[in-house]
Design a protein around this ligand. Structure first.
Ligand code: ZN
Ligand code: ZN
Length: 256
């Protein structure tokens, strides 16, 4: 039983073989997947997939890289979709200072608006952070995001930052990087932070774990993330799979 808490099966990279990708995930014991939408086309595709497959759920939000494109209508669309029975979170949202398509101030405003919306519709949030940790923490504090909580997706920060996020009611989610030989910080965090605060994800088609690094990622590979955490903690794969799955169900309010 594995729960991939962050997958982009709505990406064009799966146009040709989505069913095979899903079959492989089921064969490897993936029992739940959250497909994350982050702009108009990926949001509508995430909803489609969630309606088509009982074990797929959707998250809807606006990516910080494209913050400059978000209109009031888009925010209203996200609000309407928040009432959909298969939508379990808002996001991904956050700040991305690696790409400079959207100015920082615009990113911050779009991020704050989505946190406010999440509080209104009472859904947890999925946070995307790239080179923006200090500003993310500040905004989460100022907007009192602890009220809804959520997940720091594909976390690559320090133990210190992980603890700050946990104090604000956020889970720490690991993806492919925790399996990379040279990834010191994710390994430290996976070792230090108790399993009750951890989730696993693929962020597919990106960030493919070892031993498939460089190839297209897919939900069946989430087992490599669970294996890496189990090894770092010196506990069984089954315990990591079960507990991270239970954590995800609790966060997303999934009862099945
Ligand atoms: Zn992301
Ligand atoms: Zn993502």
């Amino acid at each position: 039983m594995l729960f991939d808490t962050h997958a982009h099966l709505n990406a064009i990279q799966y146009n040709d073989d989505l069913q095979e990708v899903i079959n492989r995930a089921l064969e490897e014991g993936v029992s739940n997947i959250v497909v994350v939408g982050f702009d108009r086309p990926t949001i509508s595709r995430a909803i489609e997939l969630a309606e088509q497959y009982p074990f797929i759920y959707a998250a809807v939000g606006w990516h910080p890289v494209d913050a400059i494109d978000m209109t009031e209508e888009d925010l209203q669309m996200i609000e309407q979709l928040a009432a959909h029975p298969k939508v379990v979170a808002l996001g991904e949202m956050g700040l991305d200072y690696y790409w400079d398509k959207s100015p920082k101030e615009v990113q911050k405003e779009v991020f704050r608006k989505q946190i406010a919306l999440a509080k209104k519709v009472k859904l947890p949030i999925i946070i995307h952070n790239r080179e923006a940790t200090a500003d993310i923490i500040e905004i989460l504090k100022e907007e009192n995001a602890a009220e809804v909580g959520g997940v720091m997706h594909c976390f690559t920060g320090s133990v210190e930052v992980a603890k700050q996020c946990i104090d604000m009611n956020f889970y720490i989610s690991f993806g492919g990087p925790v399996t990379f030989k040279n990834a010191k910080k994710p390994k430290e965090v996976a070792k230090e932070i108790p399993l009750e605060h951890l989730l696993i994800e693929t962020d597919c088609p990106y960030l493919t774990p070892h031993p498939f690094r460089g190839k297209r990622n897919e939900p069946s590979y989430v087992k490599y993330v669970a294996e890496a955490i189990a090894e770092l903690k010196g506990i069984s794969f089954e315990e990591v799979a079960q507990k991270t799955s239970d954590n995800a169900k609790k966060l997303f309010g999934i009862t099945r």
